[in-house]
Design a protein around this ligand. Structure first.
Ligand SMILES: Nc1ncnc2c1ncn2[C@@H]1O[C@H](COP(=O)(O)OP(=O)(O)OP(=O)(O)O)[C@@H](O)[C@H]1O
Ligand SMILES: [Mg+2]
Length: 346
């Protein structure tokens, strides 16, 4: 069964507002795991008018262990370039005239590779992108750069840490030259927390939370697929508004209770395995987070101690550095945490 993209009108409106104005800030799109961040950006791009040219760099789909591999993702060596292209001006005219509006990397013809991707001058790669954006802009196009799961390059270095070079570059092209809109998507709460506390980015970026659906949105979504009131209540009780689980519920509508119980069973067992891997003070501190979350569902944190870091790193809790709260990654995680607590008590 084909599932049609549902709602997100508020988020789409917000992003459209950003895209309509002059590029200025880097927008970080963040939220719990599987909340629909990438799908939202796909939908936004699909709806963009013709004058937008999007470079959607999906780092999730690649293994990136060194800078060369990062460049392999950042650049594409033939996509959209139909004729044999050897000159920079041909790259631009091809980008301007092509019907293709979304690229999975910046087109870089073979003849320019050795000039652009030089070992001794890593900044040449950024200069090339800068020039592409500047040319596109001067020809009436609005470039958009989307980086999905940017944190995978976390530890790589060129002159200094690559991530700082990149942020610097993005600040330059958005805030200083207003050449392109830049969106960085991530489901890594600790990465977004680091970004949020990074002095270099203060006043230069914006945050957009893409959370699981709320109750009404979940209800409308499931109603489209013929769910009764009881079925909606059952799905909401077990799965909350996590889009990926709801898609599973739709596909398993004829055995809904079994599906829901199974999702919970799997999550319970995973969390149990995770916490049985630790002991001593850390184990006790994690349990005390579990107790608090189990009761209040969402709590304000003061500082990120070892136990909290552990829960977040293992994707049990989602940390929102903008609102300064932590909560379970999903409704299912909340139920699983409660089950874990009663298992340990018994
Ligand atoms: N608005 C939506 N309407 C319908 N289905 C959706 C929607 N958003 C997400 N989904 C479903 O949920 C799945 C997970 O969404 P997606 O991959 O976009 O989440 P994500 O937040 O990017 O996940 P991750 O944290 O792993 O990066 C999608 O494959 C899709 O099936
Ligand atoms: Mg994603």
């Amino acid at each position: 069964m084909d599932i049609v993209f549902h709602d997100r009108e508020k988020e789409i409106e917000e992003i459209t507002r950003i895209l309509k104005s002059r590029p200025d800030l880097i927008t970080f799109v963040y939220g719990p795991i599987n909340s629909g961040k990438s799908s939202l950006m796909d939908e936004v791009v699909r709806r963009l008018p013709e004058n937008f040219v999007t470079f959607f760099i999906d780092l999730r789909a690649h293994v990136v262990t060194n800078v060369e591999e990062f460049y392999d993702v950042l650049f594409s060596y033939e996509v959209g370039l139909k004729r044999k292209i050897t000159k920079f001006s041909d790259v631009i005219s091809s980008l301007v005239s092509s019907a293709v509006r979304v690229y999975s990397g910046f087109p870089l013809p073979e003849s320019l590779i050795s000039k652009v991707l030089t070992k001794d001058k890593p900044k040449n790669a950024f200069t090339y992108i800068f020039n592409v954006l500047q040319e596109l802009k001067s020809k009436g196009k609005s470039p958009v750069i989307i980086l999905d799961e940017l944190q995978v390059i976390g530890d790589l270095k060129i002159d200094g840490p690559l991530i700082y070079e990149l942020f610097n570059f993005f600040v330059t092209i958005s805030k200083r030259y207003h050449l392109a809109h830049v969106f960085a998507i991530t489901s890594d709460s600790l990465f977004i927390e680091k970004v949020h506390s990074e002095a270099m980015l203060h006043g230069r970026c914006d945050y957009l939370l893409v959370d699981d659906f709320d109750y009404d949105t979940t209800k409308e979504f499931l109603q489209k697929y013929g769910f009764s009131r009881e079925e909606i209540e059952l799905a909401w009780e077990y799965l909350g508004g996590k889009p990926v689980y709801l898609v599973g519920a739709i596909k398993n509508k004829d055995r809904l209770r079994e599906f829901c119980e199974n999702v919970l069973k799997v999550r319970f067992s995973q969390i149990l395995d995770t916490i049985y891997g630790i002991e001593g003070k850390l184990f006790e501190d994690v349990l005390s987070y579990f107790r608090e979350i189990s009761e209040k569902e969402s709590v304000r944190y003061r500082k990120i101690d070892e136990a909290l870091r552990f829960c977040v790193r293992n994707n049990i809790l989602f940390l929102d550095p903008v609102e300064r709260i932590v909560k379970p990654q999903s409704r299912t995680d909340l139920l699983a945490i409660r089950k874990v607590l009663s298992e340990i008590r018994d």
